[in-house]
Design a protein. Structure first.
Lengths: 443, 215
């Protein structure tokens, strides 16, 4: 029942994209290991190199008239992002929790974000800058009158283009509760988007103006520019609303499709389980016990589908205990509540303990007349302690004849054979509690 | 214990059918003064009526029960919350308690148990279901890491014993008998655990709740 959590960042170097069915592996940008756009880490995974090597490569290539930076941007634009982060996020949450999150019925967990560290990014940027600076001293260098406007324009373009990277945007938006200033630069809609675009345009304009001023052609350009702006403004007025509506329609259509897929999945599951059970319940309406049993079984099934990520695997004690409890519940129509603390592997001694627990639960369900049976299991440092408790009729331990004690043989003796112990506490009218335990040293 | 019939209760749940059911069960015993179906409505009604206890669904349109807790708690610190949910996801349970709820019970609880849970919460005590007790034991288990904030990050031996008995399905009265202490002392221990659960910044606690999504 303990699911191994996917640890962000711990394994992104080693995790390779499995090629889909023998197709050659596609070069994709990594959504989980990147510093900027995931280009370098994607390329590294594709080539089987360390991401750092590729990053340093990009930084050094920048020396050649900015080739590295341009190459990086080009790859960023033309390479698709892998869908992993979003799929993982969706898969990590059990269906019920994910659905409630989607419906806005619970607070969204803040996105566990990028794994890249800022230190490395800064170091690489410095390396790139240093290399560029060095090249300035050689004939290959670019004159500062061109370089500075170029850098400014580049920064502006990056700011605006990041908007185009949809996943990027969502991720940043998810981060923004923690860093409100980020929202202004990366937010999805409204003022945030306006601020971002204005900032980008401003920086680009400054770059262009600096360049033109440097070339001494500012005046002539402004006149021409004015004309262009008027024309563009006119075009925007004409085509704008139409383009806007088209975009909205596309968006809506895509959302519809996603929803209908989800609905199909849920419908399939509900049909296989819930509808069948409801049909059975109607048939057995005259038998209240059967109805309760059916309803409980269905509830358990639905609950595990909704809230449990991993399917019960039979090697864990807690999972096996739950399964055993479910069997008792089904067989005897009495709800069996299980609470576990800790978990461990199943070994022989624990299997015996499990069988004894089941036996005790069956006794409680069959003979005590209690409404529910509570099982509590605690597994700590190899010791296992299980309590099976009911609030039923109870009995006087001394008055039960030796020969008919299923309890004695199947529970106490079984536990002792496997080096554990069992004790029973019961009194007429006060219910019964069976305590079973094995110690680490005993097994 | 205060007179049960004088306890003023607000029901918050997005399923009208469930509200009706609970209301039918409670109306004869406590004073149900309001109902709400989403977070914003709930905040408004709670601040208007100032009830003693709010029965709060964890999954609620408009940000969930946590949102209601976050907004009402600073403005009306005397209103006490009992979370009521079908979700047993540890993340939700621990999250709701840490946001300020004084108890967490599942919707399958019987009418009588619900009334006594409400009374307990109205008295300022905490309500731990066996499952919640199991969660807490699990979350605070092991890892005796040295910490600056020791008191908040660790359960005392006695608190642990009380929680284990709750997890085993014992009622407070039975626990008192078992440990030879008064019911009041049991309540004190449980409240202390609740406080630790709410205030501890023990790293493992949050991580545990996020990692663990068991039923």
């Amino acid at each position: 029942m303990t699911t191994a959590p996917t640890q962000p960042g711990a394994d992104h170097h080693t995790r390779q994209q499995p090629p889909p069915d023998g197709a050659p592996p596609r070069f994709v940008r990594r959504s989980d290991g990147g510093l900027l756009g995931g280009v370098a880490s994607g390329l590294a995974a594709h080539l089987g190199l360390e991401p750092l090597v590729v990053r340093v490569g990009f930084a050094l290539l920048t020396a050649f008239a900015g080739f590295g930076a341009v190459l990086y941007v080009a790859l960023w634009v033309f390479t698709p992002l892998d869908q992993k982060v979003y799929r993982e996020e969706d898969e990590a949450a059990p269906a019920g929790v994910a659905a409630a999150t989607r419906a806005g019925k619970r607070r969204r967990r803040s996105f566990v974000a990028r794994t890249g560290d800022l230190g490395q990014l800064a170091a690489l940027a410095l390396l790139g800058a240093g290399v560029v600076g060095l090249m300035q001293l050689t004939p290959l260098g670019i004159s500062p009158a061109v370089l500075i406007p170029l850098l400014l324009a580049g920064a502006g373009v990056a700011l605006i283009w990041r908007t185009a990277d949809e996943q990027e945007r969502e991720r940043m938006a998810a981060l923004s509760p923690r860093a409100p200033w980020l929202a202004a630069l990366t937010g999805n809609r409204g003022t945030a988007a306006v601020i971002r675009i204005v900032a980008g345009v401003t920086v680009i304009t400054i770059g262009v103006v600096t360049f033109l001023a440097g070339q001494g052609q500012l005046d002539t350009t402004i006149d021409g520019l004015l004309g262009v702006i008027v024309v563009i403004g006119g075009l925007a007025l004409i085509a704008g609303p139409w383009l806007w509506r088209l975009w909205r329609e596309l968006e809506g259509e895509r959302r519809e499709r996603i929803i209908s897929q989800e609905r199909a999945d849920v419908a399939a599951h509900l049909h296989d389980s819930v509808l069948q059970t409801l049909a059975l319940i109607q048939k057995k309406a005259h038998d209240p016990r059967a109805v309760v049993t059916l309803a409980r079984r269905q509830e358990r099934d639905l609950r595990s589908w909704l809230y449990e990520t991993e399917d019960t695997d039979a090697t864990s004690f807690a999972a096996a205990l739950k399964k055993a409890a479910a069997e008792v519940e089904d067989a005897h129509g009495v709800p069996v509540e299980v609470v576990t603390v800790g978990d461990s592997e199943l070994d022989d001694a624990r299997r015996a303990l499990l069988r004894a627990t089941k036996e005790a639960a069956v006794n409680a369900a069959k003979h005590s007349g209690a409404d529910t049976v509570d099982i509590y299991a605690e597994l700590m440092d190899g010791d296992v302690e299980v309590y099976v408790r009911d609030r039923g009729s109870g009995f006087d331990l001394n008055s039960v004849p030796d020969d008919r004690l299923g309890v004695r043989r199947s529970i106490i003796e079984r536990m002792e054979r496997h080096g554990g112990s069992a004790s029973i506490r019961s009194a007429p009218g006060e219910g019964t509690e069976v305590r079973l335990s094995t110690r680490k040293d005993d097994s | 214990m205060t007179d049960v019939s004088s306890i003023r209760v607000v029901l918050v749940d997005d399923h009208a059918m469930f509200r009706t059911g609970v209301r039918a069960e409670l109306d004869t015993t406590v004073d149900v003064v309001g109902e709400a179906g989403d977070a914003q409505e709930a905040i408004k009604i709670i601040l208007e009526t100032q009830p003693d206890v709010v029965l709060l669904d964890v999954h609620l349109p408009g940000g969930g029960g946590v949102e209601v807790l976050r907004q009402v708690h600073p403005k009306a610190p005397d209103v006490r919350f009992l979370a009521l949910s079908v979700s047993d996801a540890a993340e939700d349970v621990i999250g709701t308690i840490r946001a300020g709820a004084r108890g967490y019970v599942t919707k399958s609880i019987t009418g009588d148990d619900l009334v006594s849970a409400i009374a307990r919460v109205a008295d300022g005590d905490a309500v731990f279901s066996p499952r919640l007790a199991g969660f807490v034991l699990d979350a605070f288990a092991g890892g005796e890491a040295p910490s600056v904030d020791d008191d908040l990050d660790r359960l005392t031996q006695r608190e642990r014993e009380v929680l284990r008995l709750i997890a085993r399905g014992y009622a407070y009265k039975e626990i008192a008998k078992e440990l030879f202490i008064s019911v009041k002392t049991v309540e004190t221990h449980v409240s202390a655990v609740l406080r630790k659960l709410q205030l501890s910044n023990r790293y493992e606690l949050t991580r545990w709740a996020t990692d663990r999504r068991l039923v």
